[in-house]
Structure formats: C-alpha cells, structure tokens
Unconditional design. Structure first.
Length: 445
C-alpha cells in the first residue's frame, strides 16, 4: 500500500473520534497529537507537520458542522481537507501529442518509469515511442529495449554512440509519427555541471512539452532541494515520484516537493508497468484515510471491461440498482485489475484488509462467494431479496457451504449496493464514507 504506515496511523487516530460518545476539546487535542506523530514518523517536514496539525485543531475547535453533518463527520472532513491542501494542486498531464523528457539523478528509476509512462499513454489509446538517450550507462539501452518489447513500443537507440544530442535528433526523425515521444536521459550521482550542460543541450533539441523530474520517494525531504535544483537548471514542469509503496520517507518526499514550483504529477506505486498513476490529492488522501477511491476503481474497471459493459456497470453501481449477476461480474473483473491489495485500497472501509494474511482470507472468501452465486438460479441472482430460508438451504447444499455463509454473501451484497448508491452526489457520498468510521472498516462477514 502507498505510505502504509502513515495511512494506518491516521486511520487509528480517526477511529478514536468515530468511537467517542461526543467531540470534546480534549479529544481534539489528542487527535492532533496523534496526527503530528503520524506525520513526523512518515518523515513529513517538522514545520509543515506542526502547521498542518495546528490548522486542523483550530478549525475543529472553532468551526461549526454544516447542516446535516455530525460533529464526528465534521472533524474527519477537516482532517481530509487539510491533508489534501498540504499536497498543493498537482497539474494534470495532457493527453495530446507531445514530447516528454525525463531527467533525474542516477538510480531514481528513470528508465523503468519510461516504460510505465509508455503504458500509461497506451491505456489512453495513444501511440508511443521511446528514445534511449542515456549514452553513459551501457545497460540503459538494453533495459529500455526490453520494456519496449513487453509493451510492443518502438525504442530508438545507438549502442555505440556517446553523442546524446545527435542520437536524440535521429530518434525524433525515426519516431516522428508517434503521438507521444518519451526521452530517457542520463543521470549522475549528483547534479554536477556536466549533467546540467547535457540536459540543457537535449532540452534545446527536444523542445519538450514536459520536462519531468523522476525522484525516488526514499530520498525523503531531500526531494525538495533536488526538485528545486533541477527546476532552476532545465525548467522542470512536473515530478514523477517513484517507489512510493512501502517507503517510510514517502511523506517527506511528497510534502517537500509539493511546496516547490515543480508539482508531483504521477506516482509509482509498485514494480509493475501498470503501477503508475496521476496524483489526485483528494483521491490519494481518501485512500490513506480508508475512505477508498471509487472513481479510480471505476476507471481501472473500464480498462479491463468492454467499454459498453463498463458504462452500463458504472451506471448500475452509481444508482445502487445492480444485482448479484453484476456483483459476480465485478468479482471476476477484479482479478484482471491488478493485485487484490491495491484494488481493495480503493474500496471504502477495506483498507485494513489490503495486506498480509487478510488478503489471502479475502481472496478465499471471494472465491467462496462466486461458488455460491454459481449455485443460484438466474431468478435468484436477479432478485436477491427473494432469497429466503428455503432458497438459502438449497443454495447451501448445492455449493457445499453453511447457510451462514449464504447470509454473509447477502449482507455483503447489500452493503455494496448501499455504498454504490451513495455515489449519486459528491457531498452525500463523502458523508456516507465518513460514517464508516463510526463502526470501523466494512468487512467481508
């Protein structure tokens, strides 16, 4: 999970609010201390952590809840809003024909990120070409070529060349018909004069629409100075933060870069080519707090389901009018959407089940649910409300499970239906997701 430690600490803090009988100044101060501790442990800048927690405390003590919102919901909403604000306003990567040059120090993951970025645009239906402009590291061309083969994307490089500017000129001519050109450049152990000169020369030739700095999240708060230095040297337009999964310093990297002139635009959340996503502050923080990210879940579903089916499924999900047939299809689609843990992070209330033994348990439970649904008639699948005792007993015998398991499936279905129905309006959805904290994470029963 992205910033697993920070997310778990923040969720534990919010559960104190959710489980309290009433909101008191003392409880709010305890919450603020917990949040401070969580941010500092995630390597967030001390000054920023203090400013953020003080603003949360001020608003929680002074502001009155909006009409229709409880005090608990209001406090949790404030925490969410302030954490989102701390990330700044990331710029969206344009989906149009363009040239993108990746820059960064040695070992930050530029070459791998080239492949991920190519996949990102491929999924948007765009043609991509890669140029291997790192003439100082012999393995760079081979690595990029291997990624190109996996993606069926052309890669231009010249194995014996030591002239990066000339190579890039040739590559741009060779791949001129491609909508997206991604140029992988060389790195150094430090931002020295030689590297700066080469980056400037390449930038003049490429005239990139985007000059993106690739940063390893593990560098923590040093990400800020690096981002500022590269921005001053070659005019960085955005940052791609890599290896954000599992790093204790991810909070420091995010907060450090967020206050520079080079906003984080994309984050790498794993080793796979699909593990690159746009940084949407609201969604990102929602996942950290266990509120899920239903919009991203729908977008990922659309990538693996036929477009017409995806549209119909999305409409049913948002209206809350889907049945057990839809639920079964969704479960089958989940296996195509990537690691179960990452998918579950996007489902409100299921973040605590997105790792370790819980994942295996959940996987088995989903398989059992599919077996049960395969033992139902079409009428039962289309009309779950009609599944009463006699039908439960028959389904139980047919699927080889206890009647309680059938009831568990029906309870889970009703929870999902209610939750998907809450997507009818943004404010209403936010309030319903926040209320989950009052009863803890929603689980597969």
């Amino acid at each position: 999970m992205v910033l697993e430690g920070l997310g778990e600490a923040l969720r534990n803090s919010l559960r104190k609010i959710a489980g309290a009988s009433h909101i008191s100044p003392k409880l709010i101060k305890e919450l603020v201390k917990d949040i401070q501790r969580a941010l500092l442990q995630a390597d967030v800048n001390v000054k920023l952590a203090l400013e953020l927690s003080k603003e949360i405390e001020r608003r929680a003590l002074e502001e009155k809840p909006p009409a229709g919102m409880t005090g608990k919901e209001h406090v949790i909403r404030i925490v969410h809003q302030e954490l989102v604000k701390s990330l700044g306003t990331p710029r969206v990567l344009n989906l149009k024909s363009q040239r993108i040059m990746l820059v960064g120090l040695y070992g930050q993951g530029k070459t791998t990120t080239c492949g991920k970025l190519a996949k990102y645009f491929q999924k948007k239906g765009m043609s991509v070409g890669l140029i291997a402009a790192d003439v100082h590291r012999p393995a760079a061309f081979d690595q990029l070529s291997q990624l190109g083969k996996k993606l069926n994307v052309p890669v231009y490089g010249e194995r014996d060349s030591k002239n990066a500017p000339e190579l890039v000129k040739n590559g741009m001519k060779e791949l001129d018909e491609r909508e997206i050109l991604i140029i992988d450049t060389a790195g150094r152990h430090s931002l020295d004069e030689e590297l700066i000169t080469e980056m400037k020369d390449l930038s003049k030739i490429v005239n990139p629409n985007e000059t993106m700095l690739v940063l390893d999240a593990a560098v923590g708060q040093q990400a800020g100075p690096q981002a500022s230095a590269f921005h001053e040297a070659v005019g960085v337009t955005g940052v791609i933060l890599t290896k954000l999964d599992g790093t204790a310093k991810g909070g420091g990297a995010i907060s450090a870069v967020a206050v520079t002139d080079a906003p984080i635009m994309l984050v790498g959340t794993g080793e796979g080519l699909n593990d690159l996503e746009a940084l949407d502050a609201d969604r990102f923080i929602g996942r950290l707090l266990g509120m899920g990210d239903l919009q991203s879940l729908l977008e990922r579903a659309e990538e693996v389901i036929e477009s017409d089916k995806a549209e119909d499924a999305a409409k049913r999900m948002m209206s809350g009018k889907f049945n057990l047939i839809d639920l079964r299809e969704q479960m089958e689609a989940i296996t195509k959407m990537g690691p179960l843990g990452k998918v579950m992070e996007m489902i409100p209330g299921m973040s605590s089940m997105s790792k370790g033994a819980n994942i295996e348990e959940t996987q088995k439970k989903l398989e059992t649910y599919k077996v049960m649904m395969n033992s139902m008639t079409n009428y039962e699948l289309e009309n779950p409300k009609e599944i009463k005792k006699s039908r439960i007993d028959r389904i139980s015998k047919g699927s080889g499970v206890e009647p309680m398991e059938i009831k568990s499936l029906l309870k889970y279905y009703n929870q999902m239906k209610k939750m998907m129905g809450s997507m009818g309006g943004n404010r209403r959805m936010q309030q319903k997701l926040i209320r989950q904290f009052e009863s803890g994470d929603m689980k597969l029963q």
